[in-house]
Ligand binder design. Structure first.
Ligand SMILES: Nc1nc2c(ncn2[C@@H]2O[C@H](COP(=O)(O)OP(=O)(O)OP(=O)(O)O)[C@@H](O)[C@H]2O)c(=O)[nH]1
Ligand SMILES: [Mg+2]
Length: 605
């Protein structure tokens, strides 16, 4: 550093110039606005030359430039330290008003705003011996268009100014500005969340605590929150009052305050009392794992049946939590953002919630009836039903798209799909089947949801074949696979044949090894993205659905037109030609149906 003094330095005595240069050697304490020493030096130099003197100080307290004259911007041009849109420049300007008050001028304020300075301070004094007074300008807000809003504080004596907790003040301001910018970007307030996961007991056989908290973070982001911190604690068992230990509670309460946290997500299910106690101790909203998943479901539900089911699950979750809850009732129910059962619904008492639950159950029951009828019709139509199941984000919807050339919603989000979507899939052997996409599963899927979605998930039960999609590129795919199988069991799906489909092989560095390992009959490696393995999968589905079928040629006399109509309905007619004696039909049908047509069987030639 050459200790350059910028600005109008002509005619300044060498002694004073040296004084100006020596300003570079002064360091402020980190987080300090000004020191008395600096204030007095600036006063003395400014008095002796009768001009303004400015210094720029960075966040570490180092003086990065010194200039003379009123052109503030001169030496700031090359600082280039504006870090991101909503951040301040990290530079504070301190300058003198040699003949006037410390009040900031219009130019001072606009420089503050234009350069997004941390602060703009002006010093003035009554006479050469007097203690300087300091006024401080800060950007404290942004307009809706993102224009900085400045405020002036002070004047303070130099002594007082030296004691302002300037660093903390700036952090707070940046947080406010940051929040404002984020919410402008997304059009809604983005909430800052801290996560906590408790490791207790010995059981780490399923998801380990770190993996689980990682998944919780993904869920939180899916729900639209920003994850500010993850806490993990080990304990022999949960604390009955707070769930986590008291020390952790204190640590997190402090963190919440310092970091402007809006909510705390707990990677477990809390008792209503624990939830209340934690909420009071931490001073932020508490959402437990089930609450969070319900929240995401609420956001995703599209069809009226899906919405009813989510509301039912939410109310059942809420019911035990609203006993004697006055003020915090509405807070408990709301999820991230403004979802959850609406405020008005939350204000009704338990009895009315019960009524609503009864109503929802009845509605869902009615829809179930309609669904059953559809299901029966499908079963009768002998069109085979294939159903996609798998862990959330495994690529079920992407696979449905790849197989049926559709464009249903597939996203790198947890629970992108809630409502089942059915498409027709044409198979090579002239057959068609239906392919249904379903909601993704997750480890420890809330039981309220399993119950509420039972009727939707009945398509899984009624399927002829399940394609279990696994994201083989995921570190924990084996645990995810187990989780899916256990939810299937919970749903009572035990007899349906399962074809295991290892997806996303394009993400694996080497998948030849995997393909070799998959010599099990009922598994397959594919990439829904690149299309690799899709033709093989289609073939496999076809042969699976045709198991127990056989192809025969029948000669149906013209007197038996009823029979040929029946064949068109029950079997797949591969070819048909008309001869003298009747219709020659090549058909594929269930082996045990062949006997019904025995008299008409024609020997293969
Ligand atoms: N690289 C790669 N990415 C894939 C593949 N299949 C799916 N994806 C991506 O994985 C993410 C999840 O895909 P989806 O099809 O939405 O997954 P899903 O199983 O339907 O998820 P949910 O509906 O949330 O349960 C998306 O970002 C897809 O683009 C694949 O074969 N390779
Ligand atoms: Mg999906």
């Amino acid at each position: 550093m050459d200790n350059i003094v910028y600005g109008k330095t002509e005619g300044i005595k060498k002694r004073v110039l040296e004084q100006l240069q020596s300003l570079y050697d002064l360091h402020l304490d980190q987080g300090q606005l000004i020191s008395e020493e600096l204030a007095l030096l600036l006063r003395d130099i400014s008095e002796s030359i009768g001009r303004e003197v400015s210094v720029y100080v960075d966040r570490k307290g180092i003086i990065s430039s010194v200039s003379v004259g009123s052109d503030h911007a001169v030496s700031l041009q090359d600082t280039g330290s504006r870090r991101s849109l909503w951040r301040l420049s990290g530079i504070t300007a301190i300058h003198t008003h040699p003949s006037g008050t410390s009040r900031l001028s219009g130019v001072d304020i606009s420089t503050l705003k234009n350069l997004r300075l941390d602060g703009m301070a002006a010093l003035a004094w009554k006479d050469a011996e007097a203690m300087p007074l300091l006024s401080l300008g800060l950007i404290t807000d942004l307009t809706d268009d993102g224009v900085p809003v400045a405020e002036e504080f002070g004047p303070y004596s130099a002594k007082e100014a030296a004691r302002i907790p300037y660093g903390t003040l700036l952090q707070t301001i940046e947080r406010i500005l940051g929040k404002k910018t984020r919410s402008e970007k997304t059009g809604k307030e983005v909430e800052r969340a801290m996560l906590v996961s408790l490791h207790w007991g010995e059981d780490c056989s399923r998801y380990c605590v770190e993996d689980s908290v990682e998944e919780l973070a993904q869920l939180a982001e899916t729900a639209g929150a920003i994850v500010a911190a993850k806490f993990v604690q080990s304990r022999p068992k949960p604390d009955p009052v707070f769930f986590i230990g008291k020390g952790k509670v204190e640590e997190m309460a402090l963190f919440a305050q310092q970091e402007d946290i809006d909510l705390c997500l707990v990677d477990d299910d809390l008792s209503p009392a624990q939830q209340r106690n934690l909420e009071q101790a931490l001073g932020v909203r508490i959402i437990d794992r089930t609450g969070l998943i319900l929240d995401i479901f609420a956001k995703r539900a599209r069809t009226s049946e899906g919405k009813l089911q989510v509301e039912l699950a939410q109310l059942q979750y809420l019911l035990p939590r609203i006993m004697g809850q006055g003020a915090s009732l509405s807070r408990l129910g709301g999820g991230i953002g403004t979802r959850g059962p609406g405020e008005t619904k939350l204000e009704v008492d338990r009895r009315r919630i019960r009524d609503r639950i009864g109503f929802l159950e009845a509605q869902i029951e009615k829809m179930k009836g309609a669904r059953r009828t559809q299901q029966k019709a499908r079963e009768k139509s002998r069109i085979k039903q294939v159903c996609l199941v798998g862990y959330t984000n495994a690529g079920k919807s992407s696979l449905l798209n790849a197989l049926t050339h559709s464009e249903i919603y597939a996203e790198n989000q947890l629970f992108a799909t809630l409502d089942p979507t059915t498409r027709q899939l044409s198979l090579p052997n002239k057959e068609v089947c239906t392919l249904t996409d379903t909601v993704g599963f997750i480890q420890r899927l809330p039981h309220q949801l399993v119950a509420a979605f039972r009727s939707t998930l009945e398509v899984v039960k009624g399927a002829d074949l399940l394609l279990h999609v696994i994201d083989v590129s995921h570190e924990l795919h084996e645990k995810q696979e187990e989780a899916v199988l256990s939810v299937l069991k919970e749903l009572g799906v035990t007899d349906t044949p399962i074809l295991t489909v290892y997806n996303k092989i394009d993400k694996l560095p080497d998948h030849e090894g995997l393909k070799k390992r998959l010599d099990r009959e009922e598994s397959l490696a594919i990439s829904a993205r690149s299309g690799e393995g899709i033709p093989a999968l289609i073939k496999k589905i076809a042969s699976f659905l045709n198991e127990g079928k056989t192809e025969v040629t029948l000669l149906i006399p013209y007197t038996e037109t009823k029979l040929s109509a029946q064949l068109h309905e029950k079997a797949t007619v591969l070819s048909e030609s008309y001869g003298e004696k009747g219709a020659l039909m090549k058909v594929r049908l269930d082996k045990h149906d062949v006997k019904h047509y025995a008299p008409y069987l024609k020997e293969e030639t």
